[in-house]
Design a protein around this ligand. Structure first.
Ligand code: GAL
Length: 344
């Protein structure tokens, strides 16, 4: 009996050791080198490194315009912060264009940063993150929203800029605390009927807000809702499939990757149902070592989208990478799977 018990306990111990080792392997924050292919250096048509982080894509008259943060210069650590706060000079917003989502031509700096103008939201000493652009059919203007902040993230404003041309240059109009609330990680979403929304992390990143924008998309209306209360979600990306709306978010761990999650609703200002992690398989618990920024419809009728993410290099932010993964939607279910190559 004693021998049997000993053997049984040893077997249990062995199983537990193997399981722990396996789950530790899967929870490693970094992908194995051979799986890094997709997240290698992406170059533009001039052979330069594409510098467009936390970005979004506008599809206009057959051309894709990719807007993103220009991260340039030495990364430094802001001392005495609650969270690990690595910073790099804010260098404005870049714009690249493409007809095939593969060959990207550098268009221009769509929104320039200012130097030694500490009063300006766009000063290089500040934070300019997560730019997104939509087109306003009525005003014939391209409208860009972005997160602007102080280097310690205590300003928490949403900035807005406009242009007559998709690639810019954009004219900065100023920034707001939407409906009086803090606004950090954000995105914008334009619905088929022309209504548009600003979605932003607020209340010290505890709660997500969805605000309807004005008709010209340049300000927020007082129509808004609070969702994911107390859930600490950020990096929002909203899209529509059929009659439903989907909101992908990350958890709140700074530049370090974590598990994505999503919610579904029948309308942008409706009742959002939490659904869980859309990523499948090994490394899904770190969104394949990345953080989402945008969802691009590819063949939206058939539920085919691109999940666009950043693989941050927190101690050398200029050398962060991009990760674009195939994403499939069926009913309420989103599946994002690992792919070593950029999806066709
Ligand atoms: C992330 C956020 C990034 C950036 C970073 C700073 O959580 O998604 O856009 O703000 O924090 O630590």
């Amino acid at each position: 009996m004693k021998i049997w018990l000993c053997a049984h306990l040893s077997l249990l111990f062995l199983i537990q050791t193997i399981t722990t080792a396996f789950s530790q392997k899967l929870s490693l924050k970094q992908f194995p080198e051979k799986q890094m292919l997709q997240a290698g250096v992406w170059k533009d048509t001039d052979g330069n490194f594409i510098n467009a982080h936390g970005g979004g894509i506008l599809h206009h008259q057959g051309v894709y315009y990719w807007f993103g943060e220009i991260k340039k210069g030495k990364t430094w650590l802001l001392p005495d912060q609650k969270m690990e706060c690595y910073r790099v000079p804010a260098s404005g917003i870049s714009c690249y264009s493409s007809k095939d989502l593969k060959n990207w031509k550098f268009e221009k700096i769509a929104l320039s940063a200012t130097v030694s103008d500490t009063e300006s939201d766009l000063d290089t000493s500040k934070v300019i993150e997560r730019p997104k652009v939509i087109y306003n059919q009525k005003t014939k203007q391209f409208v860009m929203w972005m997160h602007v902040d102080y280097k310690d993230y205590s300003y928490a404003h949403a900035g807005v800029a406009v242009s007559d041309n998709p690639a810019g240059p954009y004219r900065y109009l100023g920034s707001v605390k939407p409906n009086g609330q803090d606004s950090r990680d954000m995105t914008i979403f334009k619905d088929d009927n022309g209504s548009a929304y600003l979605i932003h992390a607020s209340e010290d990143n505890n709660t997500m807000y969805i605000n309807q924008l004005s008709n010209d998309y340049c300000s927020v209306t007082n129509q808004y809702i609070r969702i994911s209360e107390g859930k600490r979600r950020e990096a929002p990306a909203m899209f529509k499939f059929g009659k439903k709306y989907y909101l992908l978010t990350s958890a709140c761990t700074g530049w370090s990757p974590n598990a994505a999650s999503y919610a579904v609703s029948d309308s942008p200002l409706g009742d959002w149902k939490p659904m869980g992690n859309p990523c499948i398989g090994p490394f899904s618990e770190t969104t394949f070592s990345s953080q989402g920024t945008f969802v691009l419809p590819i063949n939206a009728k058939n539920g085919k989208f691109l999940f666009i993410a950043d693989r941050w290099n927190k101690t050398d932010l200029e050398n962060s990478r991009y990760l674009w993964l195939p994403m499939e939607v069926k009913g309420d279910i989103i599946n994002i799977t690992w792919s070593a190559k950029v999806p066709d």
